[in-house]
Design a protein around this ligand. Sequence first.
Ligand code: ADQ
Length: 485
Amino acid sequence: TSAPDPSSPTHELVVVANRLPVDSHTLPDGATEWVTSPGGLVTAMESVMRTVDSGAWVGWAGAPGEPPAPFEADGMSLYPVRLDQQDVERYYEGFSNATLWPLYHDVIVDPEFHRTWWDAYLGANRRFAEAAAPVTAPGGTVWVHDYQLQLVPLMIREKRTDVRIGFFNHIPFPSVELFSQLPKRNSILRGLLGADLLGFQRESDSLNFVAAVRKLLGYHVEGMTISVPGLGAAPVREVEVRTFPISIDSAAVSALAEDPQIRERAVQLRHDLGDPEKVVLGVDRLDYTKGIRHRLKAWGELLDDGLIDPHDTVMIQVATPSRERVDAYKQLRDEVELTVGRINGEHAPLGRPAVSYQHHSFDRRDMTALYMAADVVLVTALRDGMNLVAKEYVASRPDLRGVLVLSEFAGAADELRAAVLVNPHDIDELKSAILRALAMPAEEQEEAMRSLRHQVMENDVQNWAHDFLERLEQTGRLEGSSAPV
Ligand code: ADQ
């Protein structure tokens, strides 16, 4: 049964996400230690968890097989969900990252589909729902995150009619024409509509979702409210769709940028690169959605054309390892590394790079130093839910210097209007945008950066989480059908 067990603790707020916000480290004596991973979602949740008596997080601990027993970390109860090696291959690498991810990012690579992957997706989603339902307090709130768990809202709803359920999609939601290609598309829509509130990154994602529901399920839609027919005699439920652009912990990033040690590190970084006049930076997970190939193509051509002199301008490309067992990612890595090798072979001055390529992670402090050392940051995503790198760069520049070149296909482009906006598919346009950014006078940089900072500092991730939960509280309470009796 999934009703709360009166003898075990339940939680007012339960977050459900593919990963728990912790990583395991093996100590020298063989024991396991859990360290909180400092992602944006964790930071946002820390601030909202402080406002509830009892918060919990349901997710995978990161290693296949027998999960650890539930444990406490940072004032939250963590409930690990079991995923076996086959689930990792089929549910996570397969349906989530080789079917949904490319399809939701406008088919930049071909989505692959296997029925066994769908079965695993269904099974894994059920396990997350079965873990979350019994630990949620009567009348409590469940917040489900992202494309890996789209069936979870309905699965929880079927077990618990008394709880409020919210879902936030971190990646884009595609147009109905593309979404229609997805086998099992209606099950996905119905799964999501188990929630009371569905949140998306940009207005176009919300509109795409509503259009898909109207066209594929034929449900009545009024504005952004969907009427979901109840099963049997159950009454109609109203589901609200809204846009909540995610952000970063802006004040924390900005504070790092004022830290004298980090400023020193930024100066040192430029020095290590041979004190070039200009430093251009890209920071991405090594993912085909990020437009790294388009960026390198533009950069290579600018060097070929002699419009950029590698003696006074250096590009740093940080490409964090990602999904390395998925074919499209292996291929991307090979192509990026071949291109960087070619550019350096043809253009790098003796003893220093034309493109400094870093295939590893950096800690927050070093990342901030990189942003502070960069005259220009290139965010050239072909499709991106939001893109936090763009916001981090802005928050890292209290000195009001630096230029952000931003793809119009990143969700951040809806808010960061003062960036140099580009269509990264147009290599000529990308090249001129880079040259414009490199030549931008200080006063113009300041004016743009001031406007960008206003946007990012006023709208941080804490506000985002509070806005979502506040709205959820209002929506979930409106219907008689799901209120506790
Ligand atoms: P991602 O696709 O992972 O997130 P993004 O929003 O750019 O993309 O976030 C990446 C994060 O990883 C940033 O905080 C960045 O600083 C960090 N990072 C990248 N490379 C790193 C490195 N080498 N070392 C350390 N940190 C590194 C998904 C969606 C996005 C959406 C977010 C949040 O695809 O569109 O913005 O979720 O909803």
